[in-house]
Design a protein around this ligand. Structure first.
Ligand code: NAG
Ligand code: NAG
Ligand code: NAG
Ligand code: NAG
Ligand code: NAG
Length: 411
């Protein structure tokens, strides 16, 4: 995706620079790149500006150069604009359209109304790096201050760059990193669900590295680490409980639903349990080496271990006199929704595949399902989606000392 952005930005320069070499207005090392369209509502050079009744090409270039910008543009005789990159709304136009004399030097041209003479100092223009370490560019997405797509803002000493933001997100166990407004870094565990924009809409250079892009105003340059989400720990020996908590609580009804490990089948000396909203004898769990161990306070002799979970099924547990070593692999992860929120419980390296599905062969009992599948004998995937349509869900496992959450996102 970035390749096209590079071409969009770079090609007009290459072409125009060659064609305009003969023009007398060049001011080395700044060279005229051409006459570009501009509008007052969406500036072609948007980072800085000033207006002066004695504007010259030289005074504009001096102003932009002092600000560290590589592009300077004069317009309407007395206006000067600066940026690190041409914004996508500006297009190359005929040189004849930039025909207005500068207010401070009548022998120079300073663009015209809605036309900008653009000068470049020759330093490299910003790009969208396609790969940074294990991270891959995922696109330019819309964002809003009131509803963040990636809810974990990062403070990075030394400044926000694609490199520093992706490594900060990775260090905290996140698999998605986003850069916004030239200087903001945010992390999450799933790609934004907002509109995917054109690459060229994320055209604000990083303040800390002006040769790469850091989103734009309310626009996120997003990177994804396909090596996945990162476990913080596979052992949590303090007991915890489970509850499903709505991230966006329903307008009526409870904001959370307790979850339980519940026996569904018993033969002599052996019982099997699943994770469900229905009540059961197990009152808490611990996590040991990736295995989940439900505890029954009323029946402490019950020894129960998690078994391997197939995608599409409910987590399964077995209770026997000599249970197998608990397997999962379960682990804890940092909260992908609320930076300061409780950790989440993940299975097989994913915290975002949990769902609640009404079980059609168990009277509609709502069971936890790991990564719902089509054509399951006990539920329809559509009924899971209908149950949580347009909501992000979180399960909260907590006790007085610690808490965990399981997240349900759209799949
Ligand atoms: C604006 O113009 C005045 C003269 O009218 C000049 O003294 C001043 O330096 C100019 N400002 C800039 C930023 O060029
Ligand atoms: C006016 O512009 C011309 C052409 O760029 C330049 O040669 C001249 O020095 C400028 N005069 C002033 C006073 O800046
Ligand atoms: C600045 O960005 C460029 C282009 O992505 C990159 O090659 C360079 O390593 C970056 N510099 C720093 C210090 O991050
Ligand atoms: C649904 O109920 C059946 C019968 O109790 C059970 O075997 C199954 O594990 C339940 N849940 C799911 C998600 O299949
Ligand atoms: C999860 O549980 C903890 C501990 O009881 C509580 O402080 C926290 O607010 C809960 N989280 C949500 C999202 O309700």
């Amino acid at each position: 995706m970035a390749l096209s952005a590079v071409l969009v930005f770079a090609l007009p320069f290459v072409g125009a620079a060659g064609a305009l070499k003969l023009q007398a207005r060049d001011s080395a090392p700044w060279t005229l790149q051409g006459c570009y369209t501009d509008t007052s509502t969406s500036r072609t050079l948007a980072a800085a500006s000033f207006v002066n009744a004695s504007m010259t090409v030289e005074s504009c270039i001096a102003f932009c150069g002092a600000g560290g910008f590589s592009l300077a543009g004069v317009e309407f005789g007395d206006e000067c604009y600066c940026d690190h990159a041409l914004q996508s709304t500006g297009t190359l136009s005929s040189a004849a359209n930039c025909n207005q004399a500068c207010s401070g030097n009548s022998t120079e041209f300073c663009g015209a109304g809605n036309f900008l003479d653009v000068y470049w100092n020759g330093t490299p223009l910003p790009i969208i790096p396609q790969e940074v370490g294990t991270w891959e560019y995922a696109g330019c997405f819309s964002d809003s201050v009131t509803s963040r797509q990636l809810p974990n803002p990062q403070t990075i000493s030394g400044g926000v760059t694609v490199e520093s933001c992706t490594s900060a997100c990775k260090a905290k166990g996140f698999s998605v990193a986003g850069l916004e407004f030239g200087q903001e870094c945010m992390c999450g565990s799933s790609l934004p669900t907002s509109s995917l924009l054109s690459d060229s809409d994320c055209s604000t250079a990083c303040a800390a590295n002006t040769t790469e892009f850091c989103g734009g105003p309310s626009k996120l340059t997003v990177y994804e680490d396909p090596t996945g989400q990162i476990c913080s720990s596979m052992t949590h020996s303090a007991n915890f409980n489970l509850a499903a908590v709505f991230v966006t609580p329903p307008t009526t009804g409870p904001a959370s639903v307790p979850l339980h490990v519940n026996m569904i089948q018993t033969v002599t000396l052996v019982s099997w349990s699943i994770l469900t909203t229905a009540n059961g004898i197990f009152t808490s769990e611990v996590l040991t080496n990736g295995g989940l161990l439900p505890m029954a306070a009323s029946q402490p002799q019950f020894r129960t271990s998690s078994l391997a979970v197939k995608p599409g099924d409910s987590p399964i547990f077995v209770t026997t006199q000599f249970p197998p070593t608990a397997v999962g692999p379960y682990c804890t992860m940092l909260n992908p929704m609320v930076a300061t929120g409780p950790q989440v419980l993940a299975l097989s390296g994913r915290s975002d595949l949990w769902a609640l599905c009404p079980n059609s062969t168990a009277g509609g009992r709502v069971d936890v399902v790991y990564s719902p599948i089509d054509n399951h004998p006990h539920y329809t995937k559509a009924s899971c989606q209908a149950l949580f349509f347009s909501l992000s869900q979180t399960f909260n496992l907590s006790n007085s000392r610690s808490s965990f959450s399981l997240y349900i996102l759209a799949w």
